[in-house]
Design a protein around this ligand. Structure first.
Ligand SMILES: [Cu+2]
Length: 392
């Protein structure tokens, strides 16, 4: 009876704390408006997450060896390690894009061509129509202390694009298409995750990553319209060419029978690259919930919201005109998207594979709005392997 009363009053306490958190976040949000409109939305979430984590009710301590103690596999820098532990990981990410979109409207091929001004006496137009990206990502983590986890990631990407072309010669319009491909190392990233709260099943850490300009931004391929190899438009390049700060805040909350988490993060290019441009900032807001089905498997549902802005400057050696191909237009690059992800995390609890993790996640867009015409994302698929070593 007494414990029931304590429990009831604790729950009431939690409810009040949550209301307090919400109120506080509403008061604090305007104070950080100078971050800009989108950033203030982020700040609001950050403040809310921080205070949510401080809800003063005791639950079981965080359990790091549950399948759902790692977030869905698409989330980067989602967890920290304890002192002396290290981890290796490999991820494959596939992404498919196709069609053309302007705003939140899908355009027919004719409508999309209609939005391209065209160039020359033959009114040449090129429309990127289909793109597949394959990324292999190696990751390593090491925790020198219980609070600090160091992290490094190295991607290797292959981009394939099909572009439709149209030109008019002596009153006759002809349509054709061509394929281009690039592959190589992308932008490596290094940094740390700093865990500053770990209690009552809540864990909160800061993500402090730095993107390095190791990926090429001068990839080219054969362009039939030009009859020669040319530097390809922005989406086909392997790296950003800039140093990037990638800050973030991650929250994990574990209950006996389920867990949830959230992350806000951004990628901000610090300097103009060797081609005289800088990618626009990208911001991400992610939330997930996961349910263990057994000691070795959990399923998850996640929402991924992202915003990105156009490119500043223009690639110096890009001779493909934005008048002809929207992929070469630095201004036609912004957008936002909401993806819903369904995932599975597997963790071998014993035997010779003990500690090995395998995870899958499939993301489908439910809404996207693009400063277009740009191709729209059809799906993202990630499969990953992770294994931690050492520690206590
Ligand atoms: Cu790890």
């Amino acid at each position: 009876m007494l414990s029931f009363r304590i429990k009831a009053s604790l729950e009431t306490g939690v409810a009040f704390c949550r209301i307090g958190i919400y109120g506080l976040a509403r008061i604090l949000a305007p104070l950080i408006q100078y971050w800009g409109k989108t950033m203030s939305r982020f700040a609001y979430s950050a403040v809310a997450l921080t205070f949510l984590a401080a809800s003063p009710v005791a639950f079981a301590h965080y359990d790091g060896v549950r399948p759902d103690s790692h977030a869905p596999i698409s989330v980067m820098g989602d967890h920290t390690h304890s002192k002396g532990e290290w981890m290796l990981s490999y991820r494959y990410m596939g992404m498919g894009m196709s069609g053309a979109k302007s705003g939140s409207e899908s355009l027919s091929t004719d409508e999309a061509f209609g939005e391209i001004p065209g160039m020359g006496s033959m009114n040449m137009k090129a429309l990127p129509y289909d793109m597949t990206m394959h990324m292999h990502m190696l990751g390593a983590m090491y925790a020198p202390t219980d609070n600090l986890t160091l992290m490094a990631m190295l991607p290797y990407s292959t981009n394939e694009m099909t572009t439709k072309t149209r030109m008019t010669m002596m009153g006759t319009t002809t349509q054709d298409e061509f394929d281009t491909e690039t592959s190589g190392m992308g932008d490596a990233s290094i940094g740390g995750l700093y865990k500053f709260y770990d209690d009552n099943g809540y864990r909160l850490h800061l993500n402090m990553m730095l993107g390095l300009p190791t990926g090429s931004i001068e990839e080219g391929d054969y362009i039939p319209m030009a009859g020669q190899d040319l530097q390809l438009p922005y989406p086909m390049q392997l790296g950003s060419g800039s140093y990037e700060v990638r800050p973030g805040l991650t929250l994990n909350k574990q209950y006996d029978s389920w867990s949830w988490g959230a992350q806000i993060s951004a990628k901000i290019a610090l300097d103009e690259n060797d081609q005289d441009y800088k990618l626009g900032s990208r911001k991400y807001l992610t939330a997930w919930a996961a349910k263990p089905l057994s000691p070795w498997a959990s399923v998850s549902l996640a929402a991924y919201k992202s915003w990105w802005t156009g490119i500043h400057g223009a690639a110096e050696d890009l001779t493909i005109s934005p008048m002809m191909n929207p992929a070469a237009d630095p201004d036609v690059k912004g957008g936002q998207r909401l993806d819903i992800g369904v995932g599975v995390n597997l963790l071998a609890p014993q035997g010779s594979l003990k500690g090995h993790r395998l995870a899958f996640e499939y993301l489908a867009p439910v809404h996207q709005s693009l400063h277009g015409p740009q191709m729209e994302t059809d799906y993202t698929f990630t499969v990953g392997w992770q294994k931690a070593f050492g520690g206590k």
